[in-house]
Design a protein around this ligand. Sequence first.
Ligand SMILES: Nc1nc2c(c(=O)[nH]1)N[C@H]1C(S)=C(S)[C@@H](COP(=O)(O)OP(=O)(O)OC[C@H]3O[C@@H](n4cnc5c(=O)[nH]c(N)nc54)[C@H](O)[C@@H]3O)O[C@H]1N2
Ligand SMILES: Nc1nc2c(c(=O)[nH]1)N[C@H]1C(S)=C(S)[C@@H](COP(=O)(O)OP(=O)(O)OC[C@H]3O[C@@H](n4cnc5c(=O)[nH]c(N)nc54)[C@H](O)[C@@H]3O)O[C@H]1N2
Ligand SMILES: [Mo]
Length: 688
Amino acid sequence: MDGNTRLCTATAAAALKESFGCDGQPGSYTDVDHADVIALYGHNVAETQTVLWSRILDRLAGPNPPALICVDPRETEVARAAAVHLANRPGTNLALMNGLLHEIIENGWIDERYLGEHTVGFEELRKRVHDFPAEEAARICDVPVADLREAARLIGTAGRLLSTVLQGFYQSHQATAAAVQVNNVHLVRGMLGRPGCGVLQMNGQPTAQNTRECGADGDLPGFRNWSNDAHVRDLARVWNVEPLDIPHYSPPTHAMQMFRYAEEGSIRFLYVIGTNPAVSLPELSRVRSILAREGLFLVVQDVFLSETAQLADVVLPAATWGEKTGTFTNADRTVHLSDKAVEPPGEARPDLDIFLDFARRMELTDQDGAPLVKWSDAEGAFEGWKECSRGRPCDYTGLSYERLRGSGGIQWPCDDARPGGTERLYADGRFLSAPDLCEDYGRDLVTGAPLSQTEYRALNPDGKAVIKAAEYVPPHEEPGGEFPFWLITGRTVYHFHTRTKTARAPQLQEAAPEVWAEMSPGDSGALGLAEGDLVEIATPRGRVRARVRVTGMRDGVVFLPFHYGYWDASGGREPGDGAATAANELTITDWDPASKQPIFKTAAARVTLVERGDRPSAAPTTAAARPVAQGVPATTGGTAARSTTSLGSASSPASGRASGSASGLASGSASGPASGPASGPAVGGGVR
Ligand SMILES: Nc1nc2c(c(=O)[nH]1)N[C@H]1C(S)=C(S)[C@@H](COP(=O)(O)OP(=O)(O)OC[C@H]3O[C@@H](n4cnc5c(=O)[nH]c(N)nc54)[C@H](O)[C@@H]3O)O[C@H]1N2
Ligand SMILES: Nc1nc2c(c(=O)[nH]1)N[C@H]1C(S)=C(S)[C@@H](COP(=O)(O)OP(=O)(O)OC[C@H]3O[C@@H](n4cnc5c(=O)[nH]c(N)nc54)[C@H](O)[C@@H]3O)O[C@H]1N2
Ligand SMILES: [Mo]
């Protein structure tokens, strides 16, 4: 069993385990309100977490605005708002972090007392970065050394430092090693557990947090350590099963390895729930052939007939959010309750109901012969989960549906001692990293080799935070020869992942209707390419066609959004044909050795002209895709995005009509009554 989390925040989990002994976000979103420096590492928050970005924009527009530091090869909205933008060469994050740490340590911007009382491993880090001067880092990263120094000065002298990390780090090689260095910045500066001082090793989607807590990422539930027999026995007690019935003889099998086993024929049954690997995994031609294998029985449980569902032997139609009740937990440990609003259509059922039915039909029992699963609805399952979390770092026992309803969310741990929840972890400088407590004994960051319990005991006998250093090594696939560009991939604000939902929202689909390729003015000029030209982007794995959008991105890099699979409201295309649009035709089968997260953000690529454009690319004109060229028609959401808003309250100005806002996203309705779904008729077929 593994979660979509493997593609997403496996590195967040791994980095938190390495530094603090246990998963769980130290900081809180409220740190945004207090920080005086906010550093965003490979995190395009303006497009991917728009609510959090609004909170940052509030600070930027208010008194004492924080200084932003942006580490991203592209000119994102974050970069435009930043005091320092380090547009590093893809795949050089660890070199950049080591350069920043060099400056911070050599300038003495460190908290000796905090280091002495609460950490182990600092000497190794000091040695490692001592011989890695800022000039060397700047050369590898291809950023001005003055900018690197200025970023280090801001970080090193901040009174309240908040850092966020996301896919630009997690989906690059040396992912865990680089993310751990961000934790190290906070440890050497003693910047944890106080308002404004936090690390957010981000989650892309709230439920990635739940996957990790509940063990759907292959770990054991409640952050129990699979290589600690006492933790396994404890879980067996909760479930009333034999400890040996809980698989824990070897590290969990991660998703990339599962697909390898399916390819080899040793996995013959694959149950895919709420994820669309036929578009989201790397090297799609290979993934498609695995999913289509005669010898693999494929069950897909989804809301729509996705690209993956189309390859399935059996499709189980699932209800979606709004059609079912349950809780989810945000990146900063805030637990929310989401109530059912409408009945699911047709034969669709909530995932939980499908699982309960499955458990019943399989006659799963505990060691006394009673049903293994003892609840029958979402609230009952939540009560069961509370027991499983009792006494664990993510203790939910103080929560209930009743307490959550209308609360706006409560942060775990929440128990008898902490009935209001916990805003920040590690406020007292004490960590959950003692050998008997910790979720993981850690790994060598460069090779991924796991530490034994004995080795961990020697390293960290007293349960302090662990400072781990790592040496920069270049990516496995670097540009050169036939493939001179770095290919990176990612997101636009208008689409969510494989677009099973957003392509069916006409306003969003119209705003970003087809794939595009972002290039710098320098590179496009050198190749004689202009805005709107149709190009082929090729790597050793495949080819994609896209129209060029010339943006303010750094040289040497091509960016593709990864949203565009084969399903299409207008009928779809053949997978793998010359006109393929899925970025993952091109990405590499390779992963971070520590977190096993696939590398979606570094590959070597070639760009060639297919046909001159007779119009600009249809890419959004907003945010990171903003064109350099003048006169590209501004993005709109089409006619479906035109809206009329009446300001209902008596005290508001006379009701005005707001129509056709630039994006269809920006126009928020005021207090007027909800007018039902704004979209046109549902498009596409599928299991619904
Ligand atoms: N609109 C929208 N919002 C989303 C999602 C969505 O699909 N659409 N998905 C959600 C999910 S699950 C996730 S995980 C998050 C992801 O959120 P983000 O991580 O913010 O999004 P990405 O676009 O994947 O990548 C972020 C940035 O990494 C940069 N990058 C690429 N390579 C490198 C590198 O080597 N180093 C550095 N420093 N940066 C690099 C890219 O230029 C990009 O701007 O978004 C969540 N929110
Ligand atoms: N090249 C490249 N590839 C990437 C990334 C990248 O940046 N670049 N990012 C990676 C990341 S961070 C992520 S998170 C993944 C996302 O990859 P996926 O998880 O494959 O993408 P989604 O489109 O979110 O797929 C979710 C599926 O669940 C269905 N669904 C929605 N609600 C429900 C429900 O309640 N129940 C059930 N059973 N199904 C439901 C949707 O219809 C959809 O088919 O992509 C990864 N792949
Ligand atoms: Mo994600």
